[in-house]
Design a protein around this ligand. Sequence first.
Ligand code: AMP
Length: 116
Amino acid sequence: MADTIFKKIIDREIPADIVYEDQQCLAFKDINPQAPIHLLIIPKKEIATVNDIEAADAAVVGHLFYVAAKLAKELGVADDGYRTVINCNKHGGQEVYHLHVHLLAGKPLGWPPYAP
Ligand code: AMP
């Protein structure tokens, strides 16, 4: 299978506005922000969707949320609050098939995301 756009960002084949990196993950600004702060936190390991998370991935998936909270605190939005979102497959609105946590912050966010 062809590399996803996020794999190419990990490999520095295409540019991104990277705000954080460690051995397990990378965080960068979403190219089409839906809030004043919109970051994507992705594992370096290629995991396509939430459905593909294996037991052995528990630590890295937990790490993504640890990093989301760490970045929210550093950006000064942790107390006001923020939203973390993972979209899965078609009905979830997933466009890029490399697991990613959206971190949305900086204004009150609408809820619920679906109205019948
Ligand atoms: P999702 O719909 O959950 O798969 O989210 C994919 C997200 O990736 C969208 O919010 C896009 O705006 C974002 N995105 C796509 N390409 C890039 C890119 N090259 N750099 C940063 N964000 C991107």
